[in-house]
Design a protein around this ligand. Structure first.
Ligand SMILES: N[C@@H](CCC(=O)N[C@@H](CS)C(=O)NCC(=O)O)C(=O)O
Length: 235
């Protein structure tokens, strides 16, 4: 079966967490909106008036299934491709961690759009500055400190132990994204999260991920995505 991933074609965004899982699994997939059918095909799926069309991208078509919500897609892929524990308890705890990453991603987005996604960044620069300061003073240490603690407590290789799960792929993306968006702040902070930095490097060195990162399938970070580099927000 060839999966169909539906996501905005110009950005990594939330679609990237799914792309990383598909790539690590070596799964066959098409990134539909980046192909000839474009974003129109994605909008058409969401506009359906029957069934349960997804509210927003990313979503994944797997045969007859259409699965929305990043963490939900990963729950599905994790079980099918050995990217999650086999026990129910293990699968639930990894899903719980991914939902925590979902919350973190929303807060990262809100650093540049604290007043909401409908207004331009340029029209919310002052609140963005305030929000970013709070994010780095309080929220980054709390979220990343949490994952750092889990890593140390579970042996240090991967978050849930010796085996990689999709959560590790997502944490790689968080570290890479924060480095892109806030190079100065992240450089100063990294001494507090040696475990996560090591995890980032271990994930980047995995053969399928390394090949993906070097390919054209990996869209470069840019200022339309979740991680945006605005000099005035970087300290
Ligand atoms: N909780 C959802 C959020 C999905 C989401 O916000 N998607 C964005 C792109 S990253 C979007 O296009 N949203 C449209 C909207 O909220 O109107 C997830 O994690 O997948």
């Amino acid at each position: 079966m060839k999966y169909e991933l539906y996501y905005w074609p110009e950005i990594q965004g939330r679609g990237e967490y799914v792309r990383l899982a598909l790539e690590e699994a070596g799964a066959a997939y098409v990134d539909v909106a980046r192909g000839p059918r474009g974003s129109g095909a994605m909008m058409k799926m969401m506009d359906a008036h029957t069934g349960m069309p997804p509210f927003a991208p990313p979503f994944l078509k797997a045969g007859k299934l259409v699965i929305g919500q990043t963490a939900n897609i990963l729950l599905y892929l994790g079980a099918r491709h050995g990217l999650a524990p086999k026990t129910e308890a293990g699968r639930l705890s990894v899903h719980q961690l991914q939902l925590t990453i979902t919350d973190l991603v929303a807060e990262i987005h809100d650093t540049h759009h604290p007043l909401g996604p409908s207004m331009y960044y340029e029209d919310q620069k002052a609140p963005a500055k305030k929000r970013t300061a709070e994010f780095w003073d309080e929220r980054v240490p709390k979220y990343l400190g949490y994952f750092e603690r889990l890593l140390a407590g579970n042996g240090g290789s991967y978050v849930s132990g010796r085996r990689l799960t999709y959560v590790d792929l997502s944490l790689f993306q968080i570290v890479a994204g924060l480095r892109y968006a806030f190079p100065k702040r992240m450089k100063a902070f990294e001494a507090d999260i040696p475990g996560l930095v090591g995890l980032h490097d271990r994930v980047a060195a995995r053969p399928n991920i390394r090949a993906y990162l070097a390919s054209e399938r990996r869209i470069a970070f840019n200022e339309q995505g979740i991680f945006r580099r605005y000099k005035e927000l970087d300290g």
